[in-house]
Design a protein. Structure first.
Length: 291
């Protein structure tokens, strides 16, 4: 097995990243996946002090909803915060927490209170904005709806944490991987098929992995679309050509798909998880060295 794992970005969007991890076994790939889910630090509201609440939702319900609002902050800013358990302050301070104030009163028939109404005392940390949400007119995440005369006033404190403590610190919605497909077409057998049979075989793949060119030659168009359904293998057998195609897996090549919830950029999630993984490996190495 290769001793130098390589990461290559396949596709990068504002809230999603696809990348390949080559030269690492499944245990390493799964460790990276689990760290992205459970051990990548982010900021989330952890303490809520409610002064006035005449809404239809009770205090605990509101506190729970506030905790699950994703708070966006650049990864270096998150790393700079202390965990509350490690901070030297008596209660909360700017080094380990961010304060949010919310003070709304409904003077109209109805009013929607959203994450945009949370005012942060730190310009680097604030409620996440959807990639499709208009920056000026977006309404944010709904917290509660008020009727005329109702009001809500509270102070919330965000702290640094990780997903294994509570899901509100989990920076990703999806963190999955699959083995890179190893698809081999037997071209000698393929040439024994008629053009119609080739078309039928190409169309048997529900994901469009294969393509036939102008010269009626069949090739792999996009192997990353393969879902290992084996429909192409079954179709080859039905056409009387067993062994027409072989679909296997590269055991040391993994294709990751990671989708974030807005707390961190997708590339920041991967980099932060790699740093955590490397620190864990260093601890093991140090213990083995001094054992």
């Amino acid at each position: 097995m290769t001793t130098n794992p390589i990461i290559q970005i396949i596709n990068l969007k504002e809230d999603q990243i696809e990348f390949s991890l080559t030269g690492a076994d499944t245990s390493m790939a799964n460790a990276l996946r689990r760290i992205m889910l459970a051990e990548t630090p982010t900021m989330a509201i952890d303490i809520v002090e409610i002064e006035t609440n005449s809404t239809v939702l009770h205090d605990e319900f509101l506190a729970h909803r506030l905790g699950l609002i994703p708070l966006a902050a650049p990864q270096p800013i998150v790393e700079a915060f202390n965990y509350s358990r490690d901070c030297h302050c008596d209660d909360m301070c700017p080094a380990c927490s961010v304060r949010f104030d919310l003070d709304v009163h409904c003077d109209e028939e109805t009013m929607e209170v959203t994450s945009r109404d949370l005012l942060s005392n730190n310009g680097d940390v604030g409620p996440a904005i959807s990639a499709t949400e208009d920056q000026a007119d977006g309404r944010g995440i709904t917290i509660v709806k008020l009727r005329q005369g109702q009001e809500l006033k509270l102070t919330a404190y965000a702290r640094k944490g990780v997903g294994k403590e509570h899901a509100k610190w989990q920076p990703v919605c999806i963190s999955t991987y699959q083995f890179e497909p190893n698809i081999t077409i037997n071209f000698a057998l393929m040439e024994e098929l008629s053009v119609q049979q080739k078309n039928e075989w190409v169309e048997s793949c529900p994901r469009g992995v294969y393509k036939m060119n102008a010269l009626n030659q069949v090739n792999v168009d996009d192997k990353l679309k393969c879902i290992y359904c084996n429909e192409c293998v079954i179709k080859g057998d039905a056409l009387g050509k067993p062994g027409l195609v072989s679909v296997k897996e590269y055991q040391d090549r993994h294709i990751f798909t990671v989708e974030t919830n807005g707390q961190l950029k997708p590339e920041e999630v991967v980099l932060s998880a790699l740093e955590v993984l490397m620190s864990k490996l260093k601890v093991i190495q140090d213990h083995l060295t001094h054992a």
